[in-house]
Design a protein around this ligand. Sequence first.
Ligand SMILES: NC(=O)c1ccc[n+]([C@@H]2O[C@H](COP(=O)([O-])OP(=O)(O)OC[C@H]3O[C@@H](n4cnc5c(N)ncnc54)[C@H](OP(=O)(O)O)[C@@H]3O)[C@@H](O)[C@H]2O)c1
Length: 338
Amino acid sequence: MRAFQINEFGIDKLALVEVADPEPQPNEVVVRFDAWSLNYRDVMVVEGRYNPRMKIPATPLSDGAGEIVAVGEGVTKWKVGDRVMPIMVQRWFDGEPNAETSRTAIGAGAVWDGILREKAAFAENSVVAVPDQLSQSVAATLPCAAVTAWNALVVSGKLKAGDTVLTQGTGGVSIFAVQFAKTLGARVIATSSSDAKLKKLSELGADETINYRTREDWDRAVLELTEKRGVDHVIEVGGAGTLAKSINAVRVGGHIAMIGALDTEGTFNHVPIFMKAIRLQGIFVGSKAMFEDMNASIAGKNVRPVIDRIFRFEEIRDALHYMKSGAHFGKIVVNLDR
Ligand SMILES: NC(=O)c1ccc[n+]([C@@H]2O[C@H](COP(=O)([O-])OP(=O)(O)OC[C@H]3O[C@@H](n4cnc5c(N)ncnc54)[C@H](OP(=O)(O)O)[C@@H]3O)[C@@H](O)[C@H]2O)c1
């Protein structure tokens, strides 16, 4: 079967290789993938920026959807033909993460190798069912970005109808956050660097939008929109470069979900964190239980994940360059034509 492999770091150096088909071990299933989706992490992994000590050769990517084509001895939950998605953190099933489970995120090194391959084997407990109404391409968007947004808002944030959520930019995590916040009855203030994308955010349901390039003091704009109170939740995907403004924009006692590092240049004053009693919570994807709860909610509320563009398997390098350009709105999918 075919697999993409990092032998040297760099998007254009990603190599298409032939490897042996996986055989299912006891309590494992073999999944044949139909579709994958990209996360910003994949660009960093392929370029050697995610973990400079990452062992290679390795296969990138964490998100995909496929069909079970073989089951190992003792498998009780699945049969050949079932449609599934691997969970990103392969041994985090429920409750809090710990040092052991956190080391089991797939797609960032040889130990928990990635899934940009035609088939891969997983423990039967480390995959979840694709909701019936979703295609494989749509399901492939869920394991990382959607679960992260769900954890940030619903689990960590305990979001209530009527809360106000601030989202940053229009990448995968932020667009899922807009969709979940709206279906749960929250008000959304969304930012983007592009007026065209702001228009799409409004069409998706965002109540107010701010261009963070033309309105550099977007934190002030948020305060103006909230009668100086600030928002209840911030989906913080920028990091060092955006945190100072997120701290200004959140209300006293509010919640900042620390998710990303898209903007690494900047410093922040820690004093308002305690003066405003802000809850600054690091988010690491989510557990299998969160993934399954989210899937039930998506099915019940008919959330349609936003796919910007679909590339073919062989076009993965173009897909990664496209993601790096930041031109996308929502998710980028890679599909295998059969
Ligand atoms: N902690 C976790 O478990 C977890 C899980 C998933 C992702 N992440 C991290 O979260 C971040 C987002 O991931 P993703 O896959 O959603 O990324 P993505 O799809 O690549 O998002 C890119 C978009 O982010 C926006 N952006 C970039 N710099 C920004 C800034 N300074 N302020 C506001 N928006 C900015 C831009 O939107 P516009 O074009 O609209 O301006 C850009 O198009 C990454 O750092 C990723 O590594 C963490």
